[in-house]
Design a protein around this ligand. Structure first.
Ligand code: 1DX
Length: 193
C-alpha cells in the first residue's frame, strides 16, 4: 500500500501514545523505516506487522486498533489534503457509500499503483444499508467498520456497523450491515475520539 497508510498509522500512535511508544512498536514489528514516503509502495506486510506489534505493546486487540484506524483515516486524509476527494461523495451517507468505487477510481487516476477495494450496497431502507466489501487484501475488515463510522461522523449521523458476513465463510467478500440511529448532534463526544 501507499506509504500514506503507514504514515497515518504512525501519526495516530504518536498522537495518542508518543514517539517512544511508536519506536517500541516499530522495533517489535521489525520495521526499519523511521519515516514512510507518502507515495512509495510498501508491502501490506509492513502495515500488518505494525498493527500486530501495536496490539501487543498497547495491550489492545488488533481488531479494535484497526477500527480506530479506520475512523482516524477519514480525519487524517481530510487534513492531509485529500478532503476534496471525500467532500463530493453526495449529500447523504447512503450516497457516499454508493459512491466509494467512483471515488477510488478518481484516486487511482492520480495514483496508478492504488489497489482499491470495491464496495457495493444492497438492502437499502431509510435507516439501513448493507455494504459489500471486496478486496485483494485480507485482514482489513475491522478497518472498514471504522471507516464507515468515520463517514458517519462526516454526515453527522450515529451509525451502528455489524460485520454480518466475513470473507471465507462460504462467501468471497465481507458484508457489513449498517444502521443509522439518528442525528449525531445529541451524541456525547466519546463517539468522536
Ligand atoms: F469507506 O484495500 C471511505 O495503496 C471508505 O482492502 C473506504 O492500494 C474512504 F498519495 C492518496 C494516496 C497517495 C490518497 F497515493 C490513497 F499516497 C485513498 C485517500 C482512499 C482517501 C486503499 C489506501 C488502497 C491505499 C484499504 C483500507 C483496505 C478506503 C484503506 C480505505 C478514502 C484506502 O478511503 C483494502 C493502496 C489516498 C486515499 C481514501 C486505501 C490503498 C476507504 C476510504 N483504504 C493514496
Amino acid at each position: 500500500m501507499y506509504g500514506l497508510v503507514n504514515r497515518a498509522l504512525q501519526q495516530l500512535v504518536c498522537t495518542h501514545h508518543g514517539t517512544r511508544t511508536w519506536d517500541t512498536i516499530r522495533a517489535k514489528a521489525g520495521v526499519a523505516d523511521e519515516v514512510f514516503v507518502r507515495m512509495d509502495s510498501y508491502s501490506d506486510e509492513v502495515t500488518h506487522r505494525l498493527v500486530a506489534a501495536a496490539s501487543e505493546v498497547l495491550g489492545a486487540p488488533a481488531d479494535e486498533l484497526l477500527k480506530g484506524f479506520g475512523r482516524y483515516w477519514m480525519r487524517y486524509t481530510m487534513v492531509e489534503g485529500y478532503g476534496a476527494l471525500l467532500s463530493d461523495l453526495g449529500p447523504t451517507l447512503h450516497d457516499a457509500l454508493a459512491a466509494l468505487d467512483a471515488m477510488h477510481a478518481r484516486v487511482a487516476l492520480l495514483y496508478p499503483a492504488l489497489k482499491p477495494p470495491s464496495f457495493r450496497i444492497s438492502g437499502v431502507t431509510d435507516d439501513r444499508i448493507s455494504l459489500h466489501y471486496h478486496s485483494e487484501r485480507c485482514g482489513f475488515a475491522p478497518m472498514i467498520i471504522g471507516l464507515v463510522e468515520g463517514l458517519g461522523e462526516r454526515y453527522r449521523v450515529r451509525v451502528e456497523v455489524r460485520h454480518a458476513v466475513a470473507k471465507g465463510e462460504g462467501c468471497d467478500h465481507d458484508r457489513f450491515d449498517i444502521r443509522i440511529l439518528g442525528r449525531a448532534d445529541s451524541v456525547p463526544d466519546q463517539a468522536v475520539s
